[in-house]
Structure formats: C-alpha cells, structure tokens
Design a protein around this ligand. Structure first.
Ligand code: ZN
Length: 478
C-alpha cells in the first residue's frame, strides 16, 4: 500500500491513533464547539449580571421607600440621607457574586429583600420623646458628619457640634449627659446653643452647648446688622467669638450673591441669618406678591451658601411695610426700637452714646456692618454691655427667652413687652400707595438710611450700586 492508497480510518497504517487526519479533524471540531459554547455562556452571564444589578437596585430602592423612614441599608457607613448612587453601587457589588446575582435577579417583591437590606443597626435607638423633651436617641451619623470624622468624641462642621459615642453613631433629638455636663441635641444631631424652646420649656445653653439651668431672661438685647455681607462682618464675627455675643445679620440678596461665603462662618458662630430682600428696594412700590418673590430670591441665595438653611426672619428695607406685604412674605418681620443712626453719623462715639442711652431689656438694635465706625463702636459696646450683665443674643433667642412666639407675617419692633412709638413700620395700603408715588418718601419716611445717598458709597464689585436702586425705583414707579 502506498501513501495515496485507500486509507481506512483506524487502520493500522498510523503508528499512533492521533496521527490519523480524520481523528485530528474530529478533535479540532470538538474544540471549536466547546469554545463557542463557552463564549455564548459568558455573554449570557454578562447580561444576567446587568439585569440582576438593576433588579437589586430597584428592590433596595423599593425597600427604602416602603419603610418610609429613610433608614439606610445594612452598611453602617450609609447615612440617613445616603444617595441613590450608594444603593446602585451596593446592588452591583452583590450581583457580581455569581449565584447570588442570579437569585437577586429573580427577586422582585420588596418584602422579600427588606430583611436583608435593612437589618437593625446595632446601637441605634429612638429618642425618648418625639419632641426632644426626653433622653436623646442614637442615630447613624449623616454623610456630612462622616466626611468630617468617624471617630468617637466631639466633632463639628459649621452646622454645629455633635457627639459620637460609637464610631458612626451620634446622639440626637433629646437630652444627654457627656463628661459630667448636660447637653441637648437637636433633631439633626447637632447640640443646641443659646436660648431654645424645648417642648414647653425655655432653656439656655452656653456657646459650648452646656445647659445653663439658672440663666436669667432679663437684660437681653439683640444687635442686628443690615445690608451685608460686607467686610465689617468678618470683624464683627471675630468680636462675637471673643465676647460670646450672638447677633443677627439681615443680608441683601445681591450682596449674598457675591459675598455669601461668609454664611457658614455666621452659622458656626451661632449667629442668625436674616433676609433683607434681594433688591433692597422700597417694597411698598411692589405688590405683596412681587415683594414675596423678592424676599424668596434672597432666601435662595442664602440657602445656596448655608447648606440649605433659609432665613427664619426678614427685615423690610427702610422698615416700611403693610400687613398685606408682611403676610405675603410669610415670615416674622423684624423692625427695631433702637436706631444707632450709624449710617448718618458714621461716628463711633455717637453710635455708642445712642445705644447706651436708648437700650431697654428686650431691645432690637439697628446697625449696618459695612461702616468702620459701627465695628469700632461694637468693639466697646459688646464687652461693656456684657460686663453690665446684658446678654447679647439673636432675634430668635430674644423672642424665645421673652416668651413672645413670633408668627409668620407678624411685625415686631422689639421684645420689651412695652409699647414702641416708632415713626416707621406698618402703614395701610392707601398710605403705601401715597408713599410709593413720591420719590421723597424713600429716605424721609423711614429712620433707616436714605437709599440713594448712602448706596453710592458701596463699592461696585459688591454688585450693589446706585444704579441698582434707581433702576428698581424707576421700574416700580411706572
Ligand atoms: Zn437696609
């Protein structure tokens, strides 16, 4: 038999069976089939993985919304306001585990996954009373807190201080003893400072948050600074830190737009954010609805710098308003009983003299943070008044301590409990129409600074110029 002869498979022609070409072709074909099967399986598996990731995400999201309390998933690191993205990542990771992934892909009812997604976190407890009057609860620290520190002890962001007794957990919404001192933690986990109403009780805490059961509600005044943020605000905040004073800043929206970076600093010093409108125009020239929109615009800018906190109190420019305007704005409207006339004198001696002469227990003092003379006067006023036994507090604290519950749209000159005979403030809609019609009224009807003469001094880069004011007036008087 030669090589080209009839080669019968499995005949004895080849020394080894695998030298037979027919066998070789068969083997090659078998290998190809196996490779194709593997490829198909791998591709199919990938698709399933994706499906299960989505399914897992959906079921966890459902579980979260079904629980209604926003309590996060199993990982202690996930805070109460954990983003959906966290859950998506979570779902993807679970799906990568082969068989688990397949199982998860088939689970659709939220109830089936709820126990796994939401185990009881060890150490988390509810506060003794929902209104914060009982012992504090223990909650998982928020993302913002965790970003600052995960260790035990006292920590802070500009929003306040919190206490972590276990890594990842902190007290909230109630009373708690820490290292021999008594503290009260708010619903967000930050300790209270200053005068607070807790349930029916009026309570006082020093700037370190330590409860002061014997604090007096007498000799209290609220310093208020309008038209900022300005350079003077930084110096006033330093003064607050040095003396322990807490004051209120009524800020103009256009100023906040450029200088709002100071807002976290205001919050950190336990001072109060106030809204002084966006345009600082005479609101009587606007309809109540336009006026409310102006204040809302300012609030939006404040929120963009404060971590979402708006101002709880407003002050109308020039102190003129009607009941209708106040109601439309819907926040307590704060006027004043002591005008330092700092805009007029710009003299520290005269400013101090007026304040020393005019203040009463419960007074609200009007100042402007952008005058050097004002800052200079406060450098003496703050420590001197404190030495005389005065407490320098925010408007909100003053109202709480004096037991005057501020109402939305309510108008408050002071918290003295006495009559205040002011030549400005509430007018009727008819009077407002008359005032809106005369340019003269802008400065003379109010004891606050006249608009145009004063605002020319504000540097252009603050965004607040004479033109802004005039343009506003022209538009409104048409
Ligand atoms: Zn003003």
């Amino acid at each position: 038999m030669n090589r080209t002869g009839k080669n019968i498979p499995f005949s004895g022609k080849y020394k080894k069976w695998y030298q037979n070409p027919f066998i070789r072709i068969l083997l090659l074909a078998a290998v190809l089939v196996v490779v194709i099967i593997i490829c198909v399986n791998v591709l199919n598996g990938k698709n399933k993985e994706n499906e299960s990731a989505n399914a897992s995400f959906e079921t966890m999201a459902e579980a979260e919304s079904a629980s209604g309390d926003g309590v996060p998933g199993s990982d202690a690191a996930y805070s109460a306001d954990a983003k959906d993205a966290d859950y998506a990542v979570d779902g993807g990771a679970a799906a990568a585990n082969g068989t688990e992934a397949d199982a998860a892909a088939q689970v659709t009812p939220a109830a089936q996954i709820t126990p796994a997604a939401q185990p009881q976190v060890e150490g988390v407890t509810a506060p003794a009373a929902a209104d914060g009057t009982g012992a504090a609860g223990v909650m998982q620290m928020t993302e913002e807190m965790l970003a600052s520190s995960t260790e035990t002890g006292w920590h802070y962001t500009y929003k306040g201080m919190w206490y972590s007794m276990t890594p990842g957990l902190c007290y909230y919404n109630g009373w708690q003893e820490v290292d021999g001192s008594t503290y009260h933690f708010g619903a967000e986990g930050y300790r209270d400072v200053g005068w607070k109403r807790i349930g029916d009780q009026v309570c006082c805490f020093d700037n370190n948050g330590v409860y002061q059961p014997d604090a007096s509600t007498e000799k209290m005044v609220a310093f208020t600074f309008d038209d900022g943020p300005s350079q003077g605000m930084d110096m006033l905040l330093e003064l607050c830190e040095e003396t322990g004073a807490r004051v209120t800043f009524f800020m103009i929206g256009v100023q906040v737009e450029n200088g709002g970076a100071v807002i976290p600093h205001i919050m950190q010093d336990h001072c109060q954010l106030g809204n002084h409108s966006y345009t600082h125009s005479l609101m009587l020239k606007k309809t109540p609805e336009e006026c409310a929109a102006d204040f809302n615009q300012c609030d939006e800018f404040i929120r963009s710098f404060s971590g979402g906190y708006g101002a709880d109190v407003v002050r109308f420019p020039y102190g003129d308003l009607t009941e209708e305007h106040a109601k439309a704005v819907g926040k307590p409207c704060i006027l004043w009983d002591v005008d330092s006339l700092d805009w007029e004198s710009q003299d520290a001696e005269q400013i101090k003299e007026r304040v020393y002469t005019l203040i009463r227990d419960g007074s609200v003092i009007l100042m402007h943070d952008r005058y050097d003379a004002t800052v200079e006067a406060c450098r003496e006023l703050f420590p001197n008044l404190i030495a005389q036994g005065y407490q320098l507090v925010t408007v909100e604290e003053l109202s709480i301590a004096k037991g005057i519950e501020m109402q939305p749209g309510g108008v408050y000159y002071d918290f003295t409990g006495e009559e205040t005979d002011a030549p400005f403030g509430l007018v009727s809609m008819e009077e407002a129409a008359g005032m809106a019609g005369t340019e003269e009224s802008d400065g003379t009807e109010s004891t606050e600074e006249p608009a145009e003469a004063e605002y020319t001094e504000v540097p252009d880069e603050t965004g607040y110029t004479e033109e802004t004011v005039e343009a506003e007036y022209t538009e409104q008087s048409e």
